[in-house]
Design a protein around this ligand. Structure first.
Ligand SMILES: [Zn+2]
Length: 216
């Protein structure tokens, strides 16, 4: 089993324990803090996920300090800063796995669907229903148009990624796949992929705690 597969398995086992409510206690002692500071970090995976407060990867995967290198940004949007952070995790720290994890009930995805609907001069019934459904699924209120405008830099890449889908679940997966495609096109990351790195996608089901690893 490759190091990347081992890393993925470790995350999956941690998540299964999390779903059963049996997460192992993690060592947060001052001894552990000092040890990590003096010995440095050796995380086994880099995880890119949404900033949503319900999507806390250390809890979801049952890992402690120094175990995963986490990059969080609303909508798990991949931009140049996220790419550089991912490169630090994979190249400098040598994590064999780079996981891009979207989630159900994502407010950023819902807002992107709403933006599409608002941009349409005559929002059709399907789009109108889609964003109300998306916000309902995200567990949040629909945004005002001014709020959507302020989020343009965040929403543009998501809108591009999700195309014309009206389904928030499908949109979340398309957004993950778009992020993976961008990462794989990065020359330095592509080079690492020829060696030891695997880039995979996942969807966190925010209603159940289950992480679904997406097919390659
Ligand atoms: Zn989200």
């Amino acid at each position: 089993m490759s190091l990347a597969h081992e890393a993925l398995k470790r995350l999956q086992l941690g998540n299964e324990a999390f779903q059963r409510g049996e997460s192992k206690p993690v060592d947060l002692s001052s001894d552990r803090i000092h040890e990590l500071f003096h010995e440095g970090q050796h995380p086994f995976a880099t995880v890119i996920c949404c900033s949503d407060s319900r999507v806390a990867p250390e809890h979801i995967f049952g890992v402690g300090l120094g175990e995963i290198f986490v990059i969080r940004v609303a909508g798990n949007v991949i931009d140049s800063v996220v790419e550089a952070s991912a490169l630090y995790g994979c190249e400098h720290l040598g994590t064999p796995l780079l996981l891009v994890m979207g989630h159900t009930g994502c407010g950023a995805i819902a807002a992107a669907l709403e933006e599409e609907a608002l941009e349409s001069p005559l929002p059709d019934q399907a789009l109108d229903e889609a964003f109300h459904e998306a916000f309902e699924e995200a567990g949040t209120e629909s945004l005002e148009k001014s709020e959507v405008n302020h989020l343009a830099s965040l929403l543009s890449p998501i809108i591009e990624a999700i195309g014309h889908t009206c389904d928030p679940h499908e949109a979340s997966i398309l957004n993950v796949r778009s992020g993976i495609a961008r990462l794989k096109a990065h020359p330095a990351l592509a080079h690492l992929c020829e060696d030891f790195l695997e880039i995979r996608g996942a969807l966190y089901h925010a209603d159940s705690g289950r992480v679904e690893i997406l097919p390659e």
